[in-house]
Write a new protein. Sequence first.
Lengths: 248, 243
Amino acid sequence: MEFLNDLKDQVSTAYELLAAGWGVQLLWGIAWTLAVTVVSMLIGAVLGSLVAAAKLSHRGGLRFIGESYTTVFRGEPELLIIYLFYYGGTQVLTGVARSTGSIGSTDILNMPSFLGGVLAVGIISGAYQAEVFRGSFLAIHRGELEAARAYGMSAWLRFRLVIVPQVLRLAVPGLGNVWQLTIKDSALISVTGVAELMLTANKAARSTHHSLLFYTVAGILYLVMTSVSTPIFEKAERYTSRSFTRPK
Amino acid sequence: MAFDFYLSTMWSVLKALPLTLEIWFFGIAFGLLIATGLTWLRASGYKLGEYFTRAYVFIFRGSPLLVQLYLIYFGLSQFDFVRHSPILWPILRDPMYCTIVAMALNTAAYESEIFRGALRAVPVGQIEAAKAFGMSAFTRFRLVTLPIALRLALPAYSTEIILMTKATALASVVTIMEMMGTAQKIQHDTFRPIEVLTCAGVIYLLLNLSIARLFAWVEYRLSPHLRPPPEQSQQIRPVPEVL
């Protein structure tokens, strides 16, 4: 009974705190988390397809670059890469600005935290996406590429009409995994000061001393985000492979 | 000058390597224990066990490790019974233990899925053959299912171990001075983040590459039956395809 009363108290405090403005803040946090994730995925898609192409290249030099990219960015702690882009970016920007004289010799030009975070998470996401794209390309039937060549298609035409549609179709499940990973990585850029969900929960926990409540709410919101995206990707998978289903 | 700086940074970060490895080792060891329990619950056939493991995996795989770490370190201490417990409080007030607990709980979710997949991938024929030999359930598990499943789980397990190496860096956000924390401190003192983080990055990369190498070697040793035959056996007439 005492436990139930305690729980009732907890719930009513939670309701009060969330209604007092933290709820809206957390919703903004979700919006920023989604923005970070979407932009990072896009950066990762561009880098990932380039790196996948490099890894599949006939040229040893390009292959080496591609291999190093995926090894380094999948082998380093995410936190280190985020610090590197945020603080390293600040170091470079400050150096450039000081030498051109646009700021004083003791001033510091900070890396915009959103830009730094998104670049870092995007580059990590790109390493995982590269592996997904490479796998999808290798899964395309060799005969189709040969047939396209036999029809006299140019390299660009083969890429546009044969490779891209199939790679995209085959990559959907893998991209779903990378999306989940990127949502979770986006929590780490709270260390640079982007007001996404994690940082908002942090602020709320510190200023109200209800860390249990706010970290639990943040955890649930992350679970909602990752679990809502699962059926969306499943639907996308069904849609893109609709011409490949077996007749019943 | 620059070279000296790299050298001294490298040395300072390396001095924190034992602490990183400590977090890493205990996280993995406890994670393996929990994962074994979860896999057993899942495979036991009890509906309740299955629901529990499903929920566990969903929660720990669906949210960031950082949230889990904060929840354990900052959140749990709000309970009075935690603060008054002679067993829980010494563990949960220490950021080092909290990191290990968070890592172990997190990796157990992933590992239990890996083990479940590996157990399911053991060929049915092998198990049937063992049954036909009259092996008891325990002997069958010990001599047939477990060895095959462990080998099948190895590639995914090695990936998980590398993810754990990366996860140790999160200890730095709860004030542990492991490699990442040390690098952070030097970086703040010197304002040369690129040089400092490059040094730390090289160490992390070498660590992960050697772990990957080690697992590749173990995998090679455990799968002699999957290797291509040595050169001289090609002289032996190949078995006809009709078989």
